[in-house]
Ligand binder design. Structure first.
Ligand SMILES: Nc1ncnc2c1ncn2[C@@H]1O[C@H](COP(=O)(O)OP(=O)(O)O)[C@@H](O)[C@H]1O
Ligand SMILES: [Mg+2]
Length: 261
């Protein structure tokens, strides 16, 4: 079997409205390899979420091919777990039911889903909060619950869209550590979207930098620092400055309005 989880070739996606057309992705070629931690990085609006949703089968490209382990992606599939910036837990349900929701949809019997949901909550350090409601938890804890929910179905691939974007910096560092520990334990493939350069180099084996308008792959950067990663490692700092250089190159020129010209 091939080592590639996803293969994308010539992928383009356009959003059309009455006023304008936005070319969100233009001719994207990308391979996601088995077991890697891949980061999609780029400024806001460069098409990161669109690309992730195409991988997830939540959106179809207008052109190009997307395959998952050699099969065309035609819709969402059980092998993929999604984590969003807002975990969107159901406020009227305790954590255990929130985490078990995917298993319920998959028809797993009640006892079994409770057991698995509890095991996932324990794994993310929330074992004592199974009966708590989302509003009783901090933002970081809610995000952990979102990760537990995605992991409960034991997906082969975790697709994460700026999952730590809404928590404070120290919590974010802690969640990064926890995610790396989970990843090291299970060695699943992760595709992680962020616009934070420090976060990208700390987590990634490989970083794909996207440029905006239209969204294209500007550069691929491999981070070869060993693991566990150490903040301030010279290799990480060197890759950070590579990325800042690329980001400066792809910066949108700010065009003056017509009346000024
Ligand atoms: N549903 C939509 N309708 C119209 N335009 C959209 C829609 N979703 C995204 N876009 C536009 O497509 C581009 C890429 O968006 P997105 O994939 O969300 O980027 P990112 O996640 O990198 O911020 C942006 O210019 C955005 O405004
Ligand atoms: Mg986005």
């Amino acid at each position: 079997m091939s080592d590639d989880v996803f293969t994308l070739s010539g992928v383009s996606r356009e959003y059309r409205s009455a006023q304008k057309t936005t070319l969100a992705l233009d001719d994207v070629e990308l391979t996601v390899r088995d077991g890697e931690f891949l980061v999609l990085l780029g400024p806001s609006g460069c098409g990161k979420s669109t690309l992730l949703e195409i991988l997830a089968g939540l959106q179809r490209p207008d052109a190009g091919e997307v395959s998952f382990r050699g099969d065309p992606v035609t819709g969402p599939r059980a092998e993929l777990g999604m984590v969003f910036q807002d975990p969107a837990l159901f406020p009227w349900q305790p954590l255990l039911s929130n985490v078990a929701i995917g298993l319920e949809l998959a028809g797993v019997p009640a006892k079994e889903r409770e057991r698995r949901a509890l095991a996932e909550l324990e794994r993310v350090g929330l074992g004592g909060f199974a009966r708590a409601y989302p509003h009783e938890l901090s933002g970081g804890m809610q995000q952990r619950a979102g990760i537990a929910r995605a992991l409960a179905a034991d997906p082969e691939v975790l697709l994460m869209d700026e999952p730590f974007g809404a928590v404070d910096h120290l919590t974010r560092l802690q969640l990064q550590e926890e995610l790396l520990a989970l990843w090291a334990e299970r060695r699943r493939t992760v595709v992680f979207v962020t616009h934070d350069v420090g976060e990208a180099v700390y987590l990634a084996d490989r970083i794909v930098v996207l440029s905006p308008r239209p969204g294209r792959i500007a550069r691929e950067i491999t981070v070869s620092a060993g693991r566990p990663r150490v903040h301030g490692d010279p290799e990480l700092l060197a890759r950070e400055s590579d990325i800042y250089r690329v980001l400066r190159e792809i910066e949108d020129p700010i065009e003056p309005p017509e009346w000024m010209i």
